[in-house]
Design a protein around this ligand. Structure first.
Ligand code: COA
Length: 328
């Protein structure tokens, strides 16, 4: 181990207790369990309680990650929360999380990169810790997508869920080494996946609400086509610049949006599905939280072995794309 290496020291996750099944959705919109399973791979998703905002889910995932890392909240120098459904527009959700953790000194801020939020956060944390001023960071990706979902729109409401995943990242940690992260985006395609109202361009008004502009809108088919290509490009870029080949990958942890996208990405990387972690069937798409929830589940199940090469890859609103390589 090199004392300057940056490693993932602990993982944690939290999903709300309430399960919303495809059968439940059949009662809400014109859809069927069969359509949802065949087109997406999703069977059920978790839905947060009304009094369970993002900070509440985030703090539970964070406490679990801190425990597994053996780090006390007051040791954190940096707290990063990747989300676009923070408790309120101001202050940053990370500050509310910091307060719940009882930390009073870390620099705390949010990252808005939708489904890529975790890997964007990993890149930022990695570079902050590389810089020398900070030693220990908490990165949480948490999303309450149920609060921005139009429950009358079958095109979107069957896809999303709520939850939070967290990692503690330490300088000089002997394993979990973050080898590299790659982030990219194309803002010219912003409208393919967005929440039109609630920002300064279109504040929340009675009219905006009547027109349901406070909810997620997605051009699913267009996003689908771009997702596979950009995820493959991002993964290949990170492999190439670190002199790895797809055959070196022990585990692929893709963003969990659609099983068909995941299968196509695995095919493109020439990986058998046995090397691909999937929890989409149980949680649906939790945006940036899907990858750290998966990582924590794998960690707790003992699936990750020392030296495993873990490829994480994501795609989402922005449009954004990203990939990261970690040596477990
Ligand atoms: N139940 C039943 N029918 C539905 C439905 C639902 N929940 N949602 C859509 N449909 C219908 C559509 O209305 C359409 O009907 P039409 O042909 O009569 O117009 C038909 O099913 C097919 O729609 P289409 O959009 O072509 O389906 P699809 O195979 O592309 O699957 C998604 C839709 C959303 C599941 C898929 O496009 C997707 O996963 N997109 C990417 C999501 C993503 O990666 N997001 C980025 C990361 S967050």
């Amino acid at each position: 181990m090199h004392k300057l290496e940056i490693g993932i020291a602990g993982t944690g996750y939290y999903v709300p207790a309430k399960v919303l099944t495809n059968a439940d959705l059949e009662q809400m919109v014109d859809t069927s369990d069969e359509w949802i399973r065949e087109r997406t791979g999703i069977r059920e998703r978790r839905i947060a309680a009304p009094d369970e905002p993002v900070s509440e889910m985030a703090v539970r995932a964070a406490r679990s990650a801190l425990l597994s890392a053996g780090v006390r909240p007051e040791e954190l120098d940096v707290i990063i929360l990747a989300t676009f459904t923070a408790d309120r527009p101001l202050p940053a959700g990370a500050c509310l999380l910091q307060e719940k953790l009882g930390n009073t000194r870390a620099g705390s801020f949010d990252i808005s990169a939708a489904c890529c939020g975790f890997i964007y956060g990993l890149e930022v944390a990695h570079k902050l810790l590389t810089g020398g001023r900070y030693r220990t960071a908490l990165l949480v990706a948490a999303e309450k997508l149920s609060s921005v979902t139009d429950w009358e729109d079958r095109n979107t409401c069957v896809l999303f869920g709520d939850g939070a995943g967290a990692v503690v990242i330490k300088k000089g940690h002997p394993h979990g080494r973050i080898i590299d992260c790659y982030i990219g985006s194309d803002g010219s395609k912003a409208d393919l996946l967005s929440i039109p109202a609630g920002g300064s361009a279109r504040p929340i008004t009675h009219r905006a609400i009547d027109e349901k502009q406070q909810f997620v809108k997605m051009a699913g088919r267009e996003v689908f086509k771009l997702a596979v290509n950009e995820m493959l490009n991002a993964a290949r870029m990170v492999l190439k610049r670190n002199n790895y080949d797809t055959s070196d990958i022990s585990w692929l942890i893709p963003h969990q949006a659609n099983l068909r996208i995941i299968r196509a990405a695995a095919r493109g990387l020439n990986l058998p599905m046995g090397k691909v972690f999937v929890n989409l069937d149980r949680y649906g798409n939790i945006s940036g939280a899907t990858i750290p929830v998966a990582l924590a589940e794998m960690d707790q199940a003992g699936l990750l072995k020392r030296g495993d090469l873990v490829m994480m890859v994501a795609f989402g609103g922005g449009l954004t794309w990203s990939a990261s390589l970690v040596e477990w």
